[in-house]
Ligand binder design. Structure first.
Ligand code: ADP
Ligand code: MG
Length: 374
């Protein structure tokens, strides 16, 4: 019992279980006790998405006909990068289960007719809407409020209330990110399309770990910059200094990674992307792809200085843009202060997810207080 206790402690505690153990012993033990699946166990439903590295479907278990019509699972058929994605999902499930969509199983499927290999990844279906879907609705952010509180609020609409909703979304996003970062995982593709609203837990969760890097064990250590989405990438592009030697062997990486992490602060890459999402939530005019690309160009011209950007656009801002600044300026500008601490040129000047959660912007109670005020 003692041995089992020690094993499960190592297993479940982020930061305690070294990736080494994780990979060679405990993963094997877990495999023995978890159900395994194969291709024929699944019935495919509607296609949810298609990228360069895989196709995503709704799916259900073939031998559970009751779930067939709904499709209570999600299946991704991925190319060679599927291996990394399975690794990241298994690690996240053990170390920070609530940060990401609930991962069920992943396997290599070799029986496909073309003779090629495909990785199959299975998750629970978390819900219909990503943050991107919700943000593109003209009802945003009230549509999110209705989903989180599960009822229609009849408080007066206005800046204060919108700010509380956005604050709640940011808190949930940063909480999920903090979980990943404390586990040693940098996501590198944080964007509204990769944040799903989980209808079960009524919170936002992170999905799509296909471009993620696990710095504790050096998995996907060399950044694959072509996997990154230019709309949300931080200016450094590479999360580790280009001077860092290429992927060391697993034991060496395990020993070195805390040092490399402190040197390079790779997690701040995701913080920049999250800052852009915060910005898009505050400014409806920046929610389309083309306007975000234009914003990125403007910000680059300002040497990635948000304060300078504000000085150039505010004097000739229309009402909608002005309203965004007004929202961020509420409560002596703590929202603006948080935003500018996330979107900065130098990674080491950006706040961390943990520090951001302790920022005074989150001192107020957020959505919960809204429901109690009634
Ligand atoms: P891609 O590599 O195509 O971007 P993603 O993992 O981001 O793959 O999934 C594509 C889309 O599928 C997401 O944008 C989301 O709409 C949907 N999706 C993915 N995982 C889930 C899940 N667990 N629950 C519900 N929908 C999901
Ligand atoms: Mg995606």
């Amino acid at each position: 019992a003692l041995a089992l206790g020690a094993v499960s402690y190592l297993w479940a505690t982020p930061g305690v279980a070294p990736g080494f153990w994780d990979m060679f012993v405990l993963a094997f033990v877990e495999r023995l006790f978890r159900p395994t699946y194969r291709k024929d166990d699944f019935v495919l439903g509607k296609k949810l998405g298609e990228g360069a590295f895989g196709v995503v479907y709704r799916a259900s278990l073939a031998k559970k006909p009751s779930s067939k019509k709904a499709g209570d699972l999600v299946l991704k058929k991925a190319t060679e990068y599927g291996a990394v994605e399975i690794w990241m999902n298994e690690r996240a499930r053990r170390a920070c289960a609530n940060s990401c969509a609930d991962f069920v199983y992943g396997f290599l499927e070799t029986s496909s007719k073309k003779g090629g290999e495909e990785y199959w990844l299975i998750w629970r279906f978390e819900g219909e809407a990503t943050l991107s879907d919700l943000m593109l609705s003209k009802d945003f952010p009230y549509n999110v409020e209705a989903m989180i509180l599960g009822e229609d609020e009849n408080l007066p609409k206005g800046l204060e209330r919108e700010n509380r909703i956005i604050q709640t979304i940011m808190r949930q996003l940063l909480f999920a990110l903090d979980g990943l970062h404390s586990t040693g995982i940098v996501h590198r593709d944080i964007k509204p399309q990769n944040i799903i609203f989980s209808e079960g837990s009524r919170t936002f969760k992170i999905i799509d770990l296909g471009a993620a890097a696990d710095l504790r064990v050096g998995i996907n250590y060399i950044p694959k910059e072509f996997l990154l989405d230019p709309r949300y990438t931080a200016p450094e592009q590479y999360i580790m200094s280009t001077q860092t030697p290429s992927a060391p062997s697993v034991p060496v990486a395990t020993a070195l990674s805390p040092v490399l992490w402190q040197l390079n602060l790779p997690d701040r890459f995701d913080i920049y992307s999250s800052g852009l999402i915060f910005l898009q939530m505050a400014f409806p005019a920046l929610r389309t792809d083309s306007s975000l690309i234009q914003f990125n160009r403007q910000l680059k011209r300002c040497d990635y200085d948000l304060v300078a950007w504000r000085k150039t656009v505010e004097p000739r801002a229309n009402n909608e843009l002005r309203r965004g600044f007004e929202l961020l300026d509420l409560d002596e500008g703590i929202g603006w202060e948080l935003l500018t601490s996330m979107v900065r040129y130098k990674a080491r000047k950006r706040t961390s997810a943990k520090a951001a959660l302790a920022h005074p912007y989150f001192d107020r109670e957020g959505l919960l207080a809204l429901s109690f005020m009634q």
